[in-house]
Design a protein around this ligand. Structure first.
Ligand code: HEM
Length: 379
């Protein structure tokens, strides 16, 4: 009898997990048994190759009548990225905040003029870490709409809010996950953004402000977050994202040097809103174009990858094995061999097939960068 009850309980739990599993929830890190139970319940999408570069890369009106701002609805997902939040709130991405990698690449190119190589690398790294490779969907945050009154959705969902894979510490306007909320706009941090813009940029966010604020946020995380971690991918995205407000949130009709007004900044960071009459950048921001800005932010206050240790603040210790700016092929190889392999060690069948396809798309964007060698497909 006891045996029967346990069996019944176990099938009930499995039933609940499968019926409640959202189509955008990540399959990363699940066991072979969980994957076997969940994958047959998912609607498999045919994964198409990603969109190519834009043919017209000029500045055009993107806050237009087809893309009006609307506040996020109660079940719409928003997350830590002000760029993707804004694209969703203007309908360049599905307003519910759940999209395929191809939809994200199209939206960041058309809405903000992000270059094709940069868009592909960021999107596929995020999708491999936080998306559902079988349904080809990624959530730009983490909240899961309830799939029915009972049972409630499972706690682990993935999506860009997931800490420690793509999302990480030391953001300009969001707190570190250690302090609780890693994705909402934080007024205290934005006040600091404004203070630094006043002190170093004459009231605007510019490259000098980006350099000083990036340094300040790193020092703050070292001094206050005992679990501060600063290795791939966060080590790279933190420096790149310091430049994004200049390249993507400034109006494309203005000449360089780029500088961002504080009201416009608050609109993007807090309300996910473009200013009225906003034109996207007049530059297609490829890796080659954005590289010097990211390099300038890094070089102002260089720091090796690493983190605090022993759960103690002020113990920043470099990690000699982590990829750094001087070895970008190692970054790719470690990502595939260590991170992705670790998250998908039990992938088989349709999941394995989808995994290899997404890894191919990622490498297609990376191979233009030099002499990196592709990691062979997983078997
Ligand atoms: C291409 C796909 C993109 C993905 C997958 C992505 C993802 C993310 C994620 C996960 C974060 C949070 C990082 C963290 O705090 O740990 C972030 C931050 C950020 N993203 Fe995006 N992003 C994308 C494109 C964009 C675009 C097009 C823009 C600008 C228009 C943008 C602007 C930013 C900025 C400024 C931050 C820093 C926020 C802060 O430090 O407070 N991103 N992004």
């Amino acid at each position: 009898m006891k045996h029967f009850s346990l069996l019944f309980l176990s099938s009930l739990l499995t039933y609940q997990l499968v019926t409640a599993f959202p189509s955008h929830a990540s399959l990363a890190g699940l066991s072979a048994r969980e994957l076997e139970e969940i994958i047959p319940s998912l609607e498999r999408r045919v994964i198409k190759p990603p969109p190519g570069p834009l043919t017209n890369t000029s500045a055009i009106l993107v806050n237009d009548h087809l893309h009006p701002w609307k506040p996020a609805g109660k079940d719409d997902i928003r997350g830590p990225c002000p760029g993707l939040n804004t694209l969703a709130s203007h309908g360049w991405l599905p307003r519910n905040g759940i999209a395929s990698p191809s939809q994200i690449i199209t939206a960041v190119q058309e809405g903000f003029n992000m270059g094709n190589d940069l868009a592909l690398i960021v999107t596929y790294v995020a999708h491999l870490l936080d998306g559902n490779l079988v349904t080809d969907l990624l959530s730009i945050g983490g909240k899961t709409p309830k799939t029915g009154p009972n049972p409630p959705a499972p706690a682990i969902v993935g999506g860009l809010d997931t800490h420690g894979v793509f999302e990480g510490d030391t953001s300009m306007t969001r707190s570190d996950a250690f302090f609780g909320d890693n994705h909402s706009f934080n007024e205290t941090l934005f006040d600091q953004f404004v203070d630094f813009s006043n002190k170093f940029g004459g009231g605007f966010y510019n490259l000098t402000v980006a350099q000083e604020l990036r340094f300040q946020r790193i020092q703050q995380s070292i001094a206050t977050n005992p679990q501060f971690s600063f290795t791939f991918p966060r080590y790279f995205t933190a420096f790149a994202e310091s430049v994004f407000p200049l390249t993507f949130f400034t109006d494309g009709r203005h000449e360089s040097p780029l500088q961002l007004d504080m009201t416009v900044a608050r609109g993007f960071f807090q309300d996910s809103r473009m200013p009225a009459d906003f034109f996207r950048s007049n530059v297609s921001w490829t890796l080659e174009k954005i590289g010097p800005g990211v390099g300038a932010v890094f070089s102002a206050h260089p720091i090796p990858p690493g983190g605090n240790v022993n759960n103690t603040v002020n113990t920043y210790t470099p990690d000699p094995n982590a990829a750094n700016f001087s070895n970008l092929c190692k970054l790719y190889t470690d990502f595939v061999n260590v991170t992705v392999r670790g998250l998908y060690s039990d992938a088989k069948g349709v999941l394995l097939e989808a995994l290899n396809k997404n890894l191919d798309f990622l490498f297609d964007a990376i191979k233009g960068q030099g002499s990196c060698v592709q990691v062979p497909p997983f078997v």
